[in-house]
Ligand binder design. Sequence first.
Ligand SMILES: *Cc1c(COP(=O)(O)O)cnc(C)c1O
Length: 393
Amino acid sequence: MTTIDSDPGVRRMRAFGTTIFAEMSALAVRHGAINLGQGFPDSDGPPEMLAAAAEALRTGQNQYPPGPGVPALRTAVAEHQRRFWGLEYDPDGEVLVTAGATEAIAATILGLCEAGDEVVCFEPYYDSYAASIALAGAVRRPVTLRPVAGDRRYGFDPAELRAAFGPRTRLVLLNSPHNPTGKVFTRAELTQIAELCQEHGAYAVTDEVYEHLVFSDAGDTHVPLATLPGMRERTVRISSAGKTFRCTGWKIGWASGPAALITAVTRVKQFLTYVNGGPFQPAVAVALGLPDSYYDELRTDLEARRDQLVAGLTDAGFGVLPSEGTYFVTTDITPLGGTDGMAFCRSLPERTGVVAVPTEVFYDDPEAGKRLVRFAFCKRAEIIDEAVRRLRA
Ligand SMILES: *Cc1c(COP(=O)(O)O)cnc(C)c1O
């Protein structure tokens, strides 16, 4: 008789438990807590976009869209990148619509990495990165972002970055503006990354889902890595509608890049989901074409929410680190007597009625993030006020 294996899961995925968001969101429900853990907005996206989705649902656009995405969306994605970043992509062959940025990242890594290839990435990192790298049998080479003495902005040691590159480096995976730190990589930092990529013949994969959320302290300007000399030809640029248009449940994302790279990504993507979100695709095309005022308001509104939460957290005694973009701010719990962010976040909902996320889960080296805790400010002003009131008490 054969026995049933208690864990039949593949070895390369065993290190991955349930995501921290599931655990913390369950605690939020149990304690009726305000969830500043997961980064989803609590208000809907632009009405023009919602109306276009409803219209598409009602007018029979409910079957499989074309594999690369509906033409209107691919065209809108290309036009958007020309309008904001001066980047030119051919909607036919250089743009691929995906099931969110998450699928684009997974398909890019799976499509470009042989087993044993190395992927340089900055930790703390978005939690799907490590899983996608492991699925590909590739090896991650993390470079740690740390609050730098002085203004405590997150930075990296250029020598550590250089040392992470080697003969097996295949990709650099860069997220700017960066979740969970709120760091916006400077042009000087991007130049170092670009030079190392070119020196080592590596490709770049950029996760730019917060491209429209760079705040005034960072000069309101996002710099896509693909705009640096020599980088367009070796970069897969990824973004999605979720964060920019407050529709994280729609899972409409896209990858742009030279045709040879997009072909390699498509080869994998077509067998992961094939396609998704038929009626949402034309709606996102409408949203991408909204006037500059939409994007300006999105940014100034989020910046005001950030200021509000930062003031409240500072008042409550947290050591607040600078956030220049995204939906997030990280805090040091040392001034509150905390030494263990995980324990702190597990007890916070019951103690205060607020949920946050321990940043250590985003590091290969949990020690590096042991005392850091992340809060999301993509919530309505009254919710942030109430969260701050609870944290102070
Ligand atoms: C939210 C987020 C994603 C996921 O985007 P989807 O379009 O929902 O898949 C990817 N990367 C980062 C850094 C994020 O914060």
